[in-house]
Design a protein around this ligand. Sequence first.
Ligand code: NAG
Ligand code: NAG
Ligand code: NAG
Ligand code: NAG
Ligand code: NAG
Ligand code: NAG
Length: 729
Amino acid sequence: MMGLLLLLLLSSYLHQGCQVTAQRLFTIRAVSLTVEPDSDSSRGTNVTLRCQAVVSSSGPEPLVREFSVFRDGSRVYTKTSSSSEDFLYLLPDARVSNSGKYKCEVSIEGKSMSSESRRLTVRGLSKPALHLNKDVVTEGEEVTATCRAPGETGSIFFYFYDNGNEIHEERVNGNQAEATLRFSSAGIHKIRCDYTVLITPDSYKSEESNTAIVSVKELSITPVLEVSPQYQVFEGDTLNIMCTLRNLLRSLDSPQLYLSQGTHLLSSGTTKVNHSMVALAKGPGLTFECRLDMGHVIKVATRTVLVTELFSVPTLTLAPAEVFQKEPMTLTCRSENVASERLDRKELTYTLHPLENPLISTDTGVFTGKALLFDFNYTCTAEARDIVKQSETLTVRPKVSVSTPKISIYGKAVLGQPIQILCQSDIGSLPINYTLLKGFDEVSTISVQLPGQRAIFRVTAHMPEELSKYMCEAKNSHREAPLSRRLNATVIVPLANPTLTVLPHLPDISEGDHLYLICAVKGSPPVTFKWYRVGDKLPLNTTTTDKNHKDFQIPALSKQDSGIYYCEAVNHANTIVQSDRVTIEVRMALWKKAVIGGVSLLVVSLLLLMACVLYFRSKRVRVPRAAVSVWSERKPEDVNDEESSTVNHEPDVEYTEVVHPHSVDPTRAAPLRKGTDTVYSELQKSSHDAADHHDYGSVQYAELNKEQSEINQYNPEINSAPDLPVRLD
Ligand SMILES: *[C@@H]1O[C@H](CO)[C@@H](O)[C@H](O)[C@H]1NC(C)=O
Ligand SMILES: *[C@@H]1O[C@H](CO)[C@@H](O)[C@H](O)[C@H]1NC(C)=O
Ligand SMILES: *[C@@H]1O[C@H](CO)[C@@H](O)[C@H](O)[C@H]1NC(C)=O
Ligand SMILES: *[C@@H]1O[C@H](CO)[C@@H](O)[C@H](O)[C@H]1NC(C)=O
Ligand SMILES: *[C@@H]1O[C@H](CO)[C@@H](O)[C@H](O)[C@H]1NC(C)=O
Ligand SMILES: *[C@@H]1O[C@H](CO)[C@@H](O)[C@H](O)[C@H]1NC(C)=O
């Protein structure tokens, strides 16, 4: 109970306490910054930044305020005020360096508020003032120049100019800079200065200062360069070069002399330098320099000496220009020009390098020997009076003679079509000129320049024997060119005149015959033959042979083999030729006709027999021998189906007598036989009358088949009995 009471008390105390701590209520309503008299002022204006804070508070007393001024983001000033008056930030006699972006901030008891930013621009820089401590000096003497920027503040760069050229630069945090100037040339020097005030990110440049004049007097001290001899200097002569000083008046300066030739320092000293050397002929002449270095004074004297060559750089030459492996060659080393007034040509000695070379020196500078098998570099030197001159490197590249070329066909040779002939030597240095000859006439030349390149000639042959006239030669030197053998190649003759021959002869083709389709062409084998029947997509057969003809066989023809046939042939010339079309009509087999005829006869005979039997039964008593007499009186030519069938019913003797003369068929080679064979002859004849009768008996089958075999003149053994039932239809 007590605890709860305490807690209530505490909380009410704390609630009141907050109000007690923030003794007074207030709020900062606005903060503003104004620039007086103008945000864009000229130099020297008394500029005021006015910061005004509008604060609402509950009490009469003004609150303690803290004002801060920021320039370009940095705090530059802070002041605490207990009055409610505006805060003034003074920039008396404003300078360019006061330019910037200003902001004011007010803080009251932890609360703060900033004004908007205001930019202040101050224009105009003061004119720089230049002052020199001397106006007359001698070369090398120092002058102190002072440049001032009156009234300016901030970071300032000062620049000094001599006759318009900038000679010195100095950065200071103040409004004046000092420079030590020296002059390398005598005469009048016009000195000026100016400055730049740096207010990041801008800079403001002042106008130019007044001009100060310095008169620089030349130092009388000079270096003197003497070279002897001065003229008519030849290679090998000794040159004396002397560098001295003239008019050395003051001894306080410590002069230093440097004698050099180009970038090569020959010697140095204080007052006199001597140097002697052997003259060498180099370029446009020898240039010497004598340089005096005395503190800040540098003086130079130069002299160029022309040196005449005693003898020129030797040249190394090769003869003959084209050298072949292991063949003689001559290298000659010679200096073209010799200063005859000083040197006798005989004094010159020549040496060939490398020294361990296999060549023999025969005369001054002439070296002979045999060429090596590989490339070799030579140089030579000419020497006289201790002067040695080296030639340029001569690389001797011995060539390899071309070997006898081989001539061959490249690809295939087809008569009448372009043929490529390759001419090639196994060895030989490039370039090689290959020339194709036909007989003794040059056809053309191909120059092979690069490895891998080939000499391929294009010709056309119209006769097969024409190709053997071609030869070729290879040439890679001025010597005689080796000649190849004659071209040994066969020409493919394109196919022509295709014919398709059919055996047996077309009108004689019948079922069961063995058919030969013989395709023949003119042209070069191997030939691929194809036989086609019109209507079939695929060829009947495809055969390649080394002959010009080939047959395709159908061992036993059937009615379905009738059709239109042709053949096709192709060889390596790639032209396809086609024969004429041949129409084959397979006739019905003879034995079939015979069977049909036989059956018809049999039927007719049976009918007749029945009629006769009936007749005889009615007339037998009256005329018993009438029939016999009828047969006897008739001529053999009149025998017909009716009679034959009648005969079959009669005894054998009579039959033979009657039939025999009629079986002699002059168109048939088949001999007549006894017995059943004779039936054939008769049937053969009668078949004309009963061709379409398929209803035949199997009685005579085997016998007829025997006959059929004998008729077939092409392949007698093929027509065996088992095949026949298949053929029947
Ligand atoms: C600037 O104020 C100074 C006194 O602080 C006064 O002498 C001077 O004349 C004023 N300059 C201008 C341009 O008002
Ligand atoms: C410098 O060279 C000259 C010849 O030109 C010679 O007479 C003299 O003695 C030499 N002096 C020195 C110091 O070598
Ligand atoms: C010959 O000299 C040339 C350079 O002048 C060099 O490239 C070449 O390798 C040398 N040949 C031989 C065989 O030394
Ligand atoms: C090869 O032929 C070219 C021109 O076709 C000719 O300039 C060159 O001298 C010939 N070279 C030889 C070794 O005959
Ligand atoms: C031509 O070449 C064939 C083989 O390619 C060869 O049998 C024949 O002897 C050669 N003829 C000649 C004349 O060299
Ligand atoms: C083509 O005929 C030949 C015999 O002339 C034979 O050996 C071959 O098998 C036949 N080829 C075809 C596809 O019938």
